[in-house]
Design a protein around this ligand. Sequence first.
Ligand code: ADP
Length: 355
Amino acid sequence: RSVATQICTSQVIISAAGAVRQLLDNAMDAKAKNIEVNTLNFGIDSIRVSDDGTGIEERNFDSLCKRHATSKITEYDDLLALSTLGFRGEALNALCALGSVTITTRTADKDVATRLHFDHSGVIEKREAVPMEMGTTVEVRSLFTTLPVRRKEFERSAKRDFHKVVGVVQEFALATPSVRFNVYSELATVGRRYHALSTPGGDASLSQVITELFGGSEAKNEVIEIHSDETTMEGGGLEEGQVDEETVKEAREMRLDGFVSSPLHDNGRTSSERQFVYVNGRPVDYPKVCRAVNEIYQVHNRRQYPTLVLKITMPAEWVDVNVTPDKRLVFCQKERALLYSIRSTITAAFKPYEN
Ligand code: ADP
């Protein structure tokens, strides 16, 4: 099978949040420093992502939304190498098939932006010059209208699921504090525009982003900073003899950085919605990792879920990424060492709070 079909079979957009994730990935790849997400009626009528990145070169316009337009992967081997960065391909083509897409873009060498209107097969229907700063805006109107059953379900669930759109943006914002994110939600019926999320960007620290996103309640020492280091790599919540030398050695080749709720803080949260795990810079779903942290936290704090922002760094060859971008499941070949490292680091961070 070609690389293109391997990618294409894994490419699915099943929700507004999924569409936003693809568009944010592209904006990040274009080295944007400011990214704005605008939704109209929770995304039912429009989802618009604007960035101030490099823009798209005119010579790429025609192929942009065609199938297999990705410029990022050429060989199957690259897919494996890309396992830490993730890969997509065909997101724009998929969005064209699902709704009405317009892309407005301007590169540094142009005085004016070009707006491209695409049909459902990804062919440019209309092209016009419009004023805009450097960067790219992708708008998807009427998402899923080409799939009537899914559209009906989307119209029913969009409001209830809007927090997932915000969650996706939170995930990117926590991964990259230097990028400024804003989310605006507009409701046509009431004619109001809500500012649903904002981060400072620039030289903001991860801790400032956490405060912005989760409010003052997470400030004031209610989350504590965690870093793995050699000295905490002892015990790991295990009895002596339960962990072998090899595991400890591997654990020392991993780095953990981030924040977790202080064990003294009663956050009352009964779900894991504020838990974000990254492996080598990519956001992932890693239930075992969250469970390991929850277990330590819950010993201290009954049945609540800690806020968790955990950035894991390890050699790329230790990570297998399940090739479904929407699921984002990963498997770490050195999972024992990873869980050991997590237990050691969190247990050490909680120590000062004991008794
Ligand atoms: P992929 O991102 O995997 O290449 P996409 O269909 O999402 O596939 O995008 C196709 C191409 O369009 C990208 O490779 C990139 O060159 C270009 N592109 C898409 N969005 C942007 C953006 N926001 N800024 C600059 N270039 C973009």
